[in-house]
Every structure is written in structure tokens, then in C-alpha cells.
Design a protein around this ligand. Structure first.
Ligand code: F6P
Length: 368
């Protein structure tokens, strides 16, 4: 009697992060050793819900030849979406307005129709929460943590973060010279949503003078005072790194837009801080928003290794019959944690953590 072929699927959801293709490559290679078929779902779960939108029907069989060399590429060969929650799919109502509809049963049905036994969901807290809800409806799921923000609980690191920090640091290095030439305050806004990991890491590595993060509400007067003390003949300029979710004590995050079916878009705090510091210090100030540049480009070595390791571990989890878990880095091991635990809240920068302490020792102001 021949053993039935196991068919699994993989998708990538939410904002892309360098290292996604490394996960896909590793999953496909590891599955092929077991004789399993791997299907890639286009753009979150949209490939299953709206097959007509895609020339290949939204579901593509992935084999080792097809993923050769993708591990070093940025983005995701499957595409991604951060509007793709099947539990809250957007539909036009007869009056033309958008309404949310639960299409999760259709997704479960599509998995069944295509004979897919198990699914690997690669995503951040939003995508992994969707995966958990699908798991509760009976789908066999293993999650893989992804986000440049590094804000996922239960894993020491997510791939994409290291590449984002390296690039942001390189940008800050460049800003030092132009800031010095013009005796300016350069304010660098970085992504990170409600966590300050990217800002903290690139701010320390890039020798910033102030770092403003969501976890430590700032007082702009205190930031201005700190900068005035630091700006001198030897260093006639200053660099301020601002996380997009930074806020003043009692204040709220700065939001670009709020749209139905998606989480609020943060952004704009860099301009506000630059304007205020300009008038409080008397120095010219400029803001630079690194934004999506932090998500673009090739993964660095660290993120490739993390992505490749996570992909192989996800297949291992399925082989061992694990279900409803997320692979997680707990050095030196990759372990498995329940999805419930992984999405139970976000990982933020501890107020009194070692890196914050180190930054203070380096005379970096948090504006508190
Ligand atoms: O979660 C990753 C992230 O890059 C956040 O840092 C940022 O706020 C958000 O995605 C931006 O997403 P979008 O692609 O919708 O602009």
C-alpha cells in the first residue's frame, strides 16, 4: 500500500519582512524530503477566497526547483496583505458602503476542497491571531513569527528585525555627516508600531542623542534641554530617533489614517518633533521618515538564517504531529509555543531593561 501524499500549504500575511522567502524556501525543501506537497496561497488567504483574481487560481504548487535562490530575496514570492482577515472580510453593501463579513467557513472549506492537511501561517500578531482562530475551527496550523517590529511575545527574535535595524543604522550614519555640515537637528522616524525595539537598537548603534519610544512617554522640553547640553563645538548637531508610536505623557500616538478592515496607520510624529525641537532649541531641524525602506531589500545573514531555521522547524513540528503552535527562538534552540500564548499581547521594551540602561549610560536622552 502506498503512503498517501501529505499536502500542506503556506501563506504570508501582514506587512512583509526580509526573510519571508527564506522561510518559504526552507519549508519547501524540508517538505520535499518527506515527500510532501507544498502549496503557496497568494496574498494571505485571498488566494483561497478570491481564486478568480489570480492567473494561477490563487494557489500555486511549490517545488524545490521553483524556490531555488529565493532565500536571499526580500519581499515574498506569495504576496501579502494586511487587509486579508477572512473573519472580517470587506464587502460592498447594496448602499455602496463597506461592511465586514465573516468568510472563515469559506477558507476552511477551500482547504478541505484542495486536500490540504495542514497549514503554515507566516505572520505577525495579526496574522497569527487569524491562524489561531482558523485552528479553533479545525485547521491544523503551525505559525512562524515574522515582523520587523520584533514585538512578538514568546520568541526572542523575529526575522526582518535585524535587517531593519542594520539599514536604519546605516541611514543614521549618513545623517551624522549632513547634520554636522549644516549644524542641524536631524529627526529620524522609524517603524515599530506600538513597540520601540527598532528605534532603541538603531538609536544606540547609530549614536543618537535622543531616542523616543512608545514605552517611555517623552516631554519635548526635556528632549530640547538634553540636546542643548549636548550640542557643542565638538558636536555642533544632534540626532534624534523617534519610533512611529512615540507619544508624550498623557498624549496619544500620531495616526496617518484609520480605515475599515485594517489597523490604524501610524506616522507623522517625526515632523511634529522636528518642528517643536526647532523652535525650542533655536537650531534648524529636519525630519526623515525611513518608513517602508526598513521592510525592503534583501534579508541580512541573521534574518536568512532565522527564516531558514524557522521554516525547517515548522515542518518538523508538523512531522511530530504538533498543532496550534508557533515556532519560537529560545537560543540556542528553536522551540514550539502555543499560538494562544504567542498572540496574548505584544512584547514591548522594558522600561528598566538592560538596553535602556545602557543607552542612559551613553548619555542618550529618552525625554523623561
Ligand atoms: O508591522 C510592520 C509594520 O511595518 C509597522 O512597523 C508599520 O506600522 C506597519 O507595518 C505599516 O504597514 P503598511 O504596510 O500598512 O503601511
Amino acid at each position: 500500500m502506498t503512503k498517501p501524499t501529505k499536502a500542506i500549504s503556506i501563506n504570508t500575511g501582514g506587512g512583509d519582512a526580509p526573510g519571508l522567502n527564506a522561510v518559504i524556501q526552507s519549508v519547501v525543501y524540508a517538505a520535499s524530503h518527506l515527500g510532501w506537497k507544498v502549496y503557496g496561497i497568494r496574498e494571505g488567504y485571498d488566494g483561497l477566497l478570491f481564486p478568480d483574481r489570480y492567473p494561477d487560481g490563487g494557489l500555486v504548487e511549490l517545488n524545490p526547483d521553483g524556490v531555488e535562490g529565493i532565500g536571499r530575496m526580500g519581499g515574498t514570492i506569495l504576496g501579502s496583505t494586511n487587509r486579508g482577515n477572512p473573519f472580517r472580510a470587506l464587502e460592498k453593501a447594496p448602499d455602496g458602503t463597506l461592511r465586514e463579513v465573516d468568510k472563515s467557513d469559506l477558507v476552511i472549506e477551500a482547504f478541505r476542497k484542495h486536500g490540504i492537511d495542514s497549514h503554515i501561517a507566516v505572520g505577525g500578531d495579526g496574522s497569527l491571531t487569524i491562524a489561531l482562530e482558523l485552528h479553533r475551527k479545525g485547521l491544523h496550523v503551525v505559525g512562524v513569527p515574522k515582523t520587523i517590529d520584533n514585538d512578538l511575545r514568546s520568541t526572542v527574535a523575529t526575522f526582518g528585525f535585524s535587517s531593519a535595524v542594520s539599514f536604519a543604522t546605516e541611514c543614521i550614519d549618513r545623517l551624522h555627516t549632513t547634520a554636522q555640515a549644516h549644524r542641524r537637528i536631524m529627526v529620524v522616524e522609524v517603524m515599530g508600531r506600538y513597540a520601540g525595539w527598532i528605534a532603541l537598537h538603531c538609536g544606540i548603534a547609530g549614536e543618537a542623542d535622543a531616542i523616543l519610544i512608545p514605552e517611555i512617554p517623552y516631554d519635548i522640553q526635556k528632549v530640547a534641554e538634553a540636546l542643548k547640553k549636548k550640542i557643542c563645538v565638538v558636536q555642533p548637531y544632534a540626532i534624534v530617533v523617534v519610533a512611529e508610536g512615540a507619544k508624550t505623557a498623557g498624549g496619544d500616538v500620531t495616526v496617518k489614517s484609520r480605515e475599515p478592515g485594517r489597523v490604524e496607520r501610524l506616522g507623522g510624529i517625526g515632523d511634529i518633533v522636528a518642528k517643536e525641537l526647532g523652535s525650542l532649541t533655536g537650531y534648524e531641524a529636519r525630519a526623515v521618515v525611513l518608513g517602508h525602506l526598513l521592510r525592503g531589500g534583501s534579508p541580512n545573514a541573521m534574518d536568512r538564517i532565522l527564516g531558514l531555521g524557522f521554516g525547517a522547524a515548522a515542518i518538523n513540528a508538523l512531522k511530530e504531529g504538533k498543532d496550534g503552535v508557533m515556532v519560537a527562538l529560545n537560543p540556542p534552540r528553536i522551540e514550539y509555543v502555543p499560538l494562544e500564548q504567542a498572540v496574548s499581547g505584544i512584547k514591548t521594551v522594558p522600561f528598566d531593561g538592560d538596553l535602556v540602561t545602557a543607552a542612559r549610560a551613553l548619555n542618550i536622552s529618552f525625554g523623561d
